[in-house]
Ligand binder design. Structure first.
Ligand code: XUL
Length: 601
């Protein structure tokens, strides 16, 4: 069963159209019920969503399929299956076939006229891989529109499961990847990231060793994103230029697969065979891959000239949910923390990720992916509520009040010792350290830094310290990528956009602005959990309606009505505080190194 999305705005768009732009001789102002529509799908861990926008970027339909609640016949929990003995996490691919038919049925029952859909793109959970059997091409081209995708394609895979980004079975393979070019730095320089369990290269290496016969019979390998594009295209779609960077196989500077890493990954099966399985990668993220497969024309009434565009990863799609300019930052404050930036600089480091930008050649997407985030803040919030002994109706009220009453870094005067800490209820990867808590005093007068076991008024001092700790880490790792927004201003982001659960919290937003800066302020992005699907839909709009050489940022920037999507929730750069936090970053960096050294003993 598909859950019908909140019927969204009906089909008429608001406000003025798109300045009389014309595509194929038709008005694209989105007012007419004949204007073109675009679908962005989001194939994530727990659901498939299809979101339809018009040329004005207005959402007109949404349909969702929740894997646990709506699927039939799969023993899944939160969208995945596990083999705990080997730390494996994987999803049944046929589940996604069931989901796609259902989401399309959901859109049809809401009244979508599929013949108006001019372009389709998608976002997929990153790193996951799909293994196609030697009958895949034949099955994909001969679909019978009276039957479901699940009935016809469940047998198209050499392996019925897709290793998931939460999989942690590849430590041995990661060690090999990290060592192969000389070290983690070298791997990060070549591919944008050091080896990670979830990255597709180490996953394929383990796969070919564990299942050599299946690997031999595997005709092609897709990423989750290109898998979805393949279904619509009726043949295997290429990887997208951004999502290919989540494999530890793509040499970003060379703009080609890294031959050495392919050799490691392919093992006895050889590089040429692996290259065939992976396929060619095109630079243009707006490339027209081809027309939609006949199956969808006959079954749903799509126009036969509906164009399929490259599908990208969910994080790259997220930065396409708005016209993010280079030097703007997006911080997703969920269970974990993710930091995304679009940047012209390529400065890889083992603790961070660089990907090619999904639409704009010459730009990169910078990403920080923390394991800790919301849980660490909630633990301190609960301790503060316990300590203060009252139960406010807003559970964050005490935390916010205490955090804002505490001066930056706990300093009453700028010569006082700074209080800083690390709070990791879960093992962290940025930096790579066990779960635990560490508290330090940093004396700016003599530069001394000492771990402290008393000295803090716990948990009250920690309310501000946890938020500071999380944002100092972001500033430390992104400071080399920001530029000065104007004469006399220190390097910082132009805007900081907050998304996710934590973005509702004004105290967090205020501290975020004080630490990260943001010459234009701190904004809350109000697109709920639609960022990936929206980004994919906007990518389709851009790919189909761009003029020669027009960038994504330019086209979407002209059409995006920011008052519909964002709210300014805090000031960004404040002279004095920002510079003082600059000193704190120095101490913070040393504190992390000291903890790492201590833990290595
Ligand atoms: C990013 C990552 C996750 C998945 C989630 O590297 O692994 O964010 O993309 O779907």
């Amino acid at each position: 069963m598909a859950i019908n999305g909140n019927g969204v705005h009906g089909s008429a768009a608001n406000g003025n159209g798109v300045n009389g732009k014309h595509t194929n001789g038709k008005s694209t102002n989105g007012h007419s019920s004949q204007g073109p529509l675009y679908i962005g799908f989001d194939l994530s861990t727990q659901q498939l969503k299809g979101l339809v926008v018009n040329s004005d970027l207005k959402v007109v339909y949404v349909s969702k399929f929740d894997f646990d609640a709506d699927s039939k016949g799969f023993p899944i929990k939160k969208g995945v299956m596990t083999n705990e003995a080997e730390h494996e996490v994987y999803a049944p691919v046929a589940l996604w076939l069931q989901a796609l038919d259902s989401v399309l049925n959901g859109l049809r029952s809401q009244g979508l006229d599929f013949s108006r859909v001019k372009g389709i793109s998608a976002a997929g959970q990153q790193h996951g891989s799909v293994y196609w059997g030697d009958n895949a091409d034949q099955l994909l081209t001969s679909l019978d529109s009276k039957k479901t995708l699940e009935d016809q394609l469940s047998g198209a895979f050499s392996h019925p499961y897709s290793p998931n980004w939460q999989d942690a079975s590849t430590q041995k393979e990661c060690d090999e990847f990290d060592a192969f070019l000389g070290g983690q730095e070298e791997l990060a320089f070549a591919t944008g990231s050091k080896a990670h369990h979830r990255f597709t290269g180490p996953q394929i290496l383990r796969f070919q060793r564990k299942y050599p016969d299946v690997y031999r019979k595997t005709q092609r390998i897709s990423l989750v994103s290109s898998f979805l594009a393949s279904l619509f295209l009726g043949r295997i779609a290429p990887f997208d230029i951004s999502d290919v960077c989540g494999m530890n196989l793509w040499n970003i500077k060379q703009g080609a697969y890294d031959e050495k890493l392919l050799k490691l990954c392919a093992g006895k099966f050889g590089v040429e065979d692996l290259k065939r399985k992976l396929g060619h990668v095109y630079e243009d993220g707006g490339l027209h891959l081809g027309a939609i497969d006949r199956y969808f024309v006959e079954r749903y009434g799509f126009s036969s000239d509906c164009t399929i565009l490259p599908a990208t990863g969910d994080n790259p799609a997220t930065i396409l949910a708005l016209p993010l300019r280079p030097s703007d930052a997006m911080v997703s404050l969920g269970t974990s923390t993710t930091f995304l930036m679009s940047t012209p600089s390529y400065k890889p480091d083992p603790a961070t990720h660089f990907f090619n930008h999904p639409t704009t050649a010459g730009l990169y997407m910078f990403m920080l992916c923390y394991k800790n985030g919301g849980l660490a803040r909630e633990q301190i919030r609960d301790a503060v509520n316990d300590k203060l002994g009252d139960k406010p109706s807003d559970v964050w009220a005490n935390f916010d009040k205490v955090a804002l009453q505490t001066p930056p870094m706990g300093q009453k005067a700028t010569s006082d010792t700074m209080k800083m800490g690390l709070f990791f209820p879960r093992p962290e990867i940025v930096p790579n350290v066990r779960s635990g808590q560490w508290r330090f005093d940093y004396d700016l007068n003599d530069g001394s830094l000492h771990e402290t076991h008393g000295g803090w008024n716990k948990p009250l001092d920690e309310a501000r310290a946890i938020v500071e700790s999380q944002f100092l880490s972001l500033r430390l790792r992104s400071r080399g990528l920001t530029t000065s927004p104007g004469a006399g201003m220190p390097a910082q982001p132009r805007r900081v956009y907050l998304v996710g659960g934590g973005s509702k919290n004004k105290a967090i937003a205020k501290i975020a602005g004080e630490i990260l800066g943001g010459s234009d302020g701190v904004y809350k992005l109000e697109i709920g959990d639609n960022a990936c699907a929206l980004g994919a839909a906007y990518k389709a709009v851009w790919a189909m309606e761009r003029t020669d050489g027009q960038t994504f940022e330019d086209l979407i920037g002209q059409r995006w009505k920011e008052e519909d999507f964002i709210e300014k929730i805090a000031d960004g750069y404040q002279k004095g505080v920002f510079e003082q936090y600059g000193k704190a970053v120095e101490g913070f960096e040393r504190m992390e190194l000291q903890v790492l050294a201590q833990e290595a003993k």
